[in-house]
Design a protein around this ligand. Structure first.
Ligand code: AHR
Length: 508
């Protein structure tokens, strides 16, 4: 009787996929199987005139944290520690109604205007010169997006001249009169924001946008031919969304260097597995866009590459309808952010820029409350990627259990990337264990090279997926340790719901 009961119990467990043991997986890494050079611009960010991102975030002259220019030192330090390589500005939706000349010259003479994107009053205290000063203090590259909503071609090309023009021209001389004789040499310029969405000021059809932005692009490049231009690509994933990109690329391929993609995700159905699979969809969108880039390049027999700039991404769903967008992130969100970063690294041959939206307070990795800065869970995976994932992405073999969720089938529980940094002689392996409650015992084998017997491991995890951080407590953060390899093999158990980064140095 007892035996029969046990058999029934085992059959029940087998049918329901419940294992008494941890799951098992295999990863193989070969430093000769290189897929793409990782552009440092993959670890970018974004600051928009929205809620408390600019005012009360990066800029707060009344704060005890303010430097002589009114920018918060703690925000600058946390941005540096995050390893932010490039910052996009001034929007976002905001830019589609922004006239940059409102933000230069004596601050007390700058107009106050209603921003129709978010409903705030824009005081224009932070304009081009101030924001570039902030960006310089963070060590990041500036990336300016021009107004292709209510803006004109002249405004776009004059902005390039103001930032980059040599002395003797009207706008470069104006810059000098405003205290900056040296050109800023802003290299990256965006041609509008999310023009494919009806929520955008100056929303247009793909054809109308392409024709308009093409003329702006020409004038901007004729003003400074060293700049790199980013066309506004898809952000609105309706049926046939990719036709937007196809039209834009067909019209603008000669003038643009990148096409942008945006994506936000959320756990709206409170379905962990489905939420964890969202980055599979992001990867599909990248591949579709890459296919269209290839189609257009081949049609026009182009030698010049066109890349993808994924210049807005993040988890964003709780603070969706409130003006300030102050999303409070948990461990689960940090895992999804690690998933986005894995996708960018895996596709680093075509994705050459990515910008988390946004930097501070507004859907952000850092928050400033009661005069104190604290770090959200999503800060930590981005910091690990920015600090260590440099070099060349590798084609990684992964054999693990899979699941079906939402629109996605056969989603691997382990989301893995690996990178070889030849300069430092380092192999980096990034692993998100998507499983809600199972650890995964993994055998990692290194196919080439001589490796140290010790590896450094950094883990972002917490007791519960719902764990959040605040001013007083950092429940989710990076915890570091060392582990041993045996020869070219590392046995490692990835805990449930975790992000792990393993670094192994070449044996010298
Ligand atoms: O980052 C918040 C908003 O999300 C941006 O303004 C817009 O580009 C996107 O829809």
């Amino acid at each position: 009787m007892k035996k029969r009961y046990l058999c029934l119990l085992m059959a029940y467990f087998a049918l329901n996929g419940i294992h008494a043991q941890p799951l098992k997986a295999r990863i193989k890494v070969d430093i000769e199987r290189r897929t793409g050079d990782i552009d440092p611009m993959l670890y970018g960010n974004f600051t928009e005139h929205l809620g408390r991102c600019i005012y009360g975030g990066i800029y707060d002259p009344k704060s005890p944290q303010a430097n002589a220019d009114g920018f918060r030192k703690d925000v600058i330090d946390a941005t540096r520690n995050l390893g932010v390589s490039i910052i996009r500005w001034p929007g976002g939706n905001f830019v589609s109604g922004y006239h940059w000349q409102d933000g230069i010259g004596p601050v007390d003479q700058r107009p106050h205007r209603k921003d129709l994107a978010w409903g705030d009053i824009e005081p224009n205290a932070v304009g081009t010169d101030e924001w570039l000063k902030f960006t310089k203090a963070t060590g990041a590259e500036p990336y300016i997006c021009v107004n292709m909503g209510t803006g004109t071609w002249d405004e776009a090309r004059n902005w390039v001249e103001y930032c980059n023009g040599k002395p003797g021209l009207y706008f470069s001389d104006l810059r000098a009169r405003n205290g900056h004789p040296e050109a800023y040499k802003v290299k990256y310029w965006g041609l509008g924001n999310e023009v494919d969405g009806e929520w955008q000021m100056g929303h247009r059809s793909a054809e109308d946008y392409s024709k308009y932005a093409l003329e702006a692009a020409k004038l901007m490049k004729w003003s400074d031919d060293s700049i790199k231009l980013i066309a506004s690509g898809s952000s609105n994933y309706v049926r046939d969304w990719a036709e937007w990109d196809r039209t834009v690329l067909n019209y603008m391929h000669d003038y643009i260097d990148y096409i942008s993609l945006h994506h936000y995700s959320g756990n709206r159905d409170a379905d962990h597995n489905k939420f964890m699979a969202v980055t599979v969809g992001v990867e599909n969108n990248i591949r579709i866009t890459e296919g269209i880039i290839n189609e257009v390049r081949s049609k026009y027999r182009m030698k010049k590459p066109i890349y993808i700039a994924f210049d807005e991404y993040n988890v964003w769903y709780r603070a969706w309808n409130e003006q300030k967008l102050e999303e409070k992130y948990n461990l689960q969100d940090a895992l999804v952010v690690a998933g986005y970063l894995n996708v960018f690294v895996r596709n680093s041959h075509i994705v050459k820029m990515a910008n988390m939206a946004q930097l501070v307070n507004v859907i952000a990795p850092m928050m400033v409350t009661d005069g104190q800065l604290w770090l959200q869970p999503i800060y930590y995976p981005l910091q690990l990627f920015a600090a260590n994932c440099k070099g060349t992405a590798l084609d990684t073999f992964v054999d693990c259990d899979r699941y079906d969720a939402g629109d996605f089938t056969r989603v691997p529980y382990l989301d893995v990337t690996s990178i070889y940094n030849s300069r430092k002689g380092e192999l980096i392996v990034n692993v998100v264990n998507r499983h809600k409650d199972k650890a995964i015992e993994t055998s990692i084998s290194l196919q080439h090279g001589k490796w140290n017997s010790k590896a450094s491991v950094s883990e972002v995890n917490g007791a519960r997926l719902e764990d959040v951080n605040n001013e007083k407590e950092q429940k989710v953060k990076t915890v570091a340790k060392e582990v041993s390899l045996s020869g070219e093999n590392l046995q490692y158990t990835f805990p449930a719901h975790s992000f792990t980064q393993i670094i192994i140095k070449t044996k010298v």
